[in-house]
Ligand binder design. Structure first.
Ligand code: IMP
Ligand code: MG
Length: 183
């Protein structure tokens, strides 16, 4: 892989994550929350965010994969992946969420298809509340109208890796968010 360029430094990420945690702590004061991370990209964001949320908080995880013809990593890099919108659940949460405060924690909102599917799925189980925290947001790519309730950074239409985000499963363990050059 050619040079990765830092888009958002680890220091900026840490500052913003602590602001989001403070906001969540304030919004849910006196209540319990379940942070539901979307595997695998959100795991690092969830682990940092959770430590900035000073509430009675527990974790859960949900896994999805998209149907359709997956592009090669090179195609994905060039034009992103316009999935068909059909999302398959690969791992459900481990508990009932009825009457609970749920915060879905995601790495990035892109077309919005994944999160729209997940919100619909969980909303049907009648949680007390359901909100979305996302580290990154690429609003210019949206196909379905969807907004995060807690958004770390809005970014342009670039392919990014690091801090949980991958390119062909690699680079999740980089501490900064970096742009993969499209060349
Ligand atoms: P959506 O359904 O198009 O909103 O897809 C969101 C998912 O696409 C994210 O959870 C990521 O797994 C993936 N994704 C979108 N943009 C990027 C990117 O720039 N880098 C890495 N993964 C991305
Ligand atoms: Mg993801």
């Amino acid at each position: 892989m050619s040079e990765l360029k830092v888009l958002i430094s680890r220091q900026k990420i840490a500052k913003r994550v602590s602001e989001l945690g403070a906001q969540i702590t304030k919004d849910y004061a006196g209540q319990a929350v379940i942070l539901v991370g979307v595997l695998k990209g959100a795991t690092i964001f969830l682990s940092d965010l959770a430590r900035q949320v000073h509430l009675d908080a527990t974790f859960d995880f949900i896994g999805v994969s998209s149907y359709g013809n997956r592009p090669t990593p090179t195609q994905e890099l060039k034009s992103g992946w316009d999935s068909t919108g059909e999302v398959k659940l690969t791992k459900d949460v481990d508990q009932t969420i009825k009457d609970k405060n749920i915060i879905l924690v995601e790495d990035i909102l892109d077309t919005g298809l994944t999160m729209t599917y997940l919100k619909r799925l969980l909303q049907a189980r009648q949680p007390k509340s359901l909100k979305v925290a996302t580290l990154l947001d690429k609003p210019s790519r949206r196909k379905l109208p969807l907004e995060g309730d807690y958004v770390g950074f809005k970014i342009p239409d670039e392919f990014v890796v690091g801090y949980g985000l991958d390119y062909a499963e690699k680079y999740r363990n980089i501490s900064d968010i970096c742009v993969v050059p499209r060349k």
